[in-house]
Design a protein around this ligand. Structure first.
Ligand SMILES: Cc1cc2nc3c(=O)[nH]c(=O)nc-3n(C[C@H](O)[C@H](O)[C@H](O)COP(=O)(O)OP(=O)(O)OC[C@H]3O[C@@H](n4cnc5c(N)ncnc54)[C@H](O)[C@@H]3O)c2cc1C
Length: 386
């Protein structure tokens, strides 16, 4: 029987643990924190905020894999009335529909954007500068970068396509991602996986294959390998609980600069006490900007879409997610150029900044399955690569 050690008990680590145990391996997971989940944790208490993921994209390979194993759990569908309250800020005012020229970039059958060009140059040639900029800013919801137009056109196009699909791909596990993590942990437990929390690993074990399913920063330190770097975003996060008032927007996408607000209680009432609404804003900021710059932009959007919000605040929290929102690919690079999963000597990387396809946590998922396949000497597991 194969023995595998998994370092990190986030979405990647749990995926690797379940996949390896299903393939018959004896698996031990070490997680530094006292709970599993990593960035997919959901806060305890009256306001069930997520540190990381809110949306599970149904077009991704993780969706089918989780569903086949009954690990998705109950979902929180967006009521039609709430979906109709989606707004876009363009030229300083809220509107319901995207600028017409932007639709040229979303048409069915549009050419595949090139890897080598930046998105703004490519999209401007197709739809004009204004539409290209609006589309780039919209895509920030799935890439969390302050200047999406400067990234690889192919990279941004894929996220734009996934984030604008109808019916929407974004689905929301009821109670936050913690409910998916709990189910994955229960499955791992039932398969005999040994899970050790409060177990930070400082030295790589040498008694068998190891899947390092930490952030890329932590993997760099653990492996002592300075080449383990990749570009990511920097985003101001603002979480707010507001007293309920009819007519609040469901979500606001800023087409004037990258930014997104969403009232998550619109689809999931369990996230805040009765009579209150939970809203999260994510405003990507440039390297030279401060958290406060993102807060100013978030408040501008709140002023437009959540009338009287300042008087309705009952709880508020702010933070910056620095390099925690997954890989972004610059022009001339694709996921294939990121740090390889196979590090040699039986060490494999899994996470959202390594060489695997997909959007956001799908990269963690795909790399986890690749890592386990390689560790077990299988050519493929249940791996569907884009
Ligand atoms: C603000 C924000 C919004 C996001 N929104 C979405 C979204 O809508 N949809 C989506 O799909 N994705 C989203 N993501 C991305 C998603 O959160 C991540 O891709 C995913 O959770 C990463 O999982 P992971 O297991 O690769 O890494 P992590 O979750 O970081 O897990 C790594 C684990 O390793 C542990 N660890 C680190 N070092 C050690 C060590 N030495 N020993 C033992 N354990 C260690 C850590 O404690 C952690 O638990 C978002 C992220 C952020 C920050």
């Amino acid at each position: 029987m194969h023995r595998i050690t998994v370092i990190g008990g986030g979405f990647a680590g749990l995926t690797a643990a379940v996949a390896a145990a299903e393939a018959g391996a004896k698996v031990t997971v070490h997680e530094a924190h006292h709970t599993l989940g990593g960035r997919a944790r959901t806060a305890e208490g009256p306001y069930r905020t997520n540190d990381g993921p809110h949306a599970l994209y149904s077009g991704g390979p993780h969706w089918t894999w989780l569903k086949q194993r009954d690990l998705l759990g109950p979902l929180a569908p967006i009521p039609a009335l709430e979906a109709a309250r989606m707004r876009l800020r363009h030229h300083g005012v809220l509107r319901r529909t995207p600028p017409f020229a932007m639709l040229k970039l979303l048409r069915h059958g549009i050419q595949q954007a090139p890897v080598d060009s930046d998105f703004m140059s490519w999209a401007t040639r197709i739809a004009g500068e204004e539409a290209a900029r609006a589309a780039a800013h919209y895509s920030a919801v799935a890439l969390f970068h302050h200047d999406p137009g400067a990234l690889s056109a192919a990279f941004v196009q894929e996220r734009l396509r996934r984030a604008t699909k109808l019916p929407p791909e974004a689905h929301y596990p009821r109670g936050g991602w913690a409910s998916v993590i709990d189910r994955m942990a229960a499955r791992a437990w039932n398969l005999g996986v040994r899970m050790e929390t409060l177990s930070r690993v400082d030295t790589l074990p040498t008694d068998g294959p190891v899947v390092v399913a930490t952030s890329l920063d932590a993997a760099r330190r653990l492996l002592g390998d300075d080449s383990l770097t990749w570009t990511s975003g920097r985003t101001t996060l603002i979480d707010l609980a507001l007293r309920t008032r009819r007519g609040d927007a469901f979500a606001v996408s800023d087409l004037d600069s990258p930014g997104w607000l969403e009232r998550f209680t619109a689809q999931d009432r369990t996230l805040a006490p009765a009579g209150e609404q939970l809203i999260q804003g994510q405003i990507p900021i440039a390297p030279y900007e401060k958290k406060a710059d993102g807060i100013v932009r978030a408040e501008e959007l709140l002023d437009l879409a959540f009338g009287g919000w300042r008087e309705r605040v009952v709880w508020r929290s702010e933070s910056v997610a620095n390099g925690r929102t997954g890989a972004v690919d610059l022009p001339g690079t694709s996921w294939r150029d990121r740090p390889a999963v196979d590090r040699g000597d039986g060490v494999y990387l899994a996470g959202d900044q390594v060489a695997a396809p997909g959007v956001l946590s799908e990269v963690s998922f795909n790399s986890a399955l690749t890592a386990v396949s390689l560790a077990l000497g299988h050519r493929t597991l249940d791996l569907k690569q884009a």
